[in-house]
Ligand binder design. Sequence first.
Ligand code: CAA
Length: 289
Amino acid sequence: MTTAEQPRADRTGQPEQSGAGQGRPGALGTVSGRVALVTGGTRGIGAAICHHLADGGAEVAAGYWRHHEPAEKFMAGMTAAYPGRRITVHHGNIGDADDCRRVVREVIGQHGRLDILVNNAGITIDRIVHKMTDEDWQKVIAINLSGAFFLAQAALDHMLERGTGRIINMSSAIGETGNIGQANYAASKSGLFGLTKSLAREAIFQLNRAQRPPGDGIGLTVNAVTPGYIATDMVAAIPDKVMDRIRGQIPLGRLGRPEEIARTVGFLACDESSYITGQIWAVNGGLDM
Ligand code: CAA
């Protein structure tokens, strides 16, 4: 095993904040030089996360599955925006455990390491329970929940070896409240709460067991974010009459912007956020007040 990365000690003997003087001015912390895999990273919230992390100086690997054209556009835009930066895209089906493992291996092979995993990819197949088929249920669970597990499992092995890392699971406000027509999606998203907390505990347990306590360094943290209704293709597919009702339930009176989720993910991903683990971060316009 290699040694855990620890920040340098400053003159007081306290760990130096590795963000000092680095990264984007005004950023909430350091992701500069880190390698981030963002699933579903070429569109919507995932693309905003990729841009945010790249703005902070990270190398970005974006996963995608069905939509080839946006992936090509994303790649062209990113290479133009961040010349000289290593940016990659990775095709894969997160509903398939072997593909999850292959994508993580591919990212580590091409970037040399993986510091940040953002399990962002997800789907909806909305139907009332009465009409939901076996396939509707299984497909959503396989992609939204099992996929996050298989990716995290592969990433965690590598992060434990390095002694540092960040795993951020994109859950949803629906995981807390449930929703008409979303039994499969809501179950997958609340499943991510238990997954997040278990991974967070195991990461600390395994580092302690290897006699490399994570307390004073960058650490290996696992957190979840619960977006409310964000202006993406997924929300655009909601029938108008349902959307009118939903809008009326958002205290801030508008949909969220992908960038508003990205900055929370960026904050959790940075080196300085080492004391935040096993938590659920809501970004929802006050939806669950
Ligand atoms: N809240 C309140 N009422 C709802 C509702 C909801 N979420 N979903 C459906 N209804 C109501 C409809 O308004 C309708 O009521 P009325 O008859 O009084 O008008 C009734 O339920 C039946 O709805 P439909 O006529 O649409 O019935 P359907 O069988 O054709 O479709 C449905 C049912 C698939 C659930 C459809 O209504 C639908 O797609 N609803 C939207 C589900 C939704 O909110 N998805 C969120 C996607 S975004 C996301 O998931 C991202 C995230 O993390 C937040």
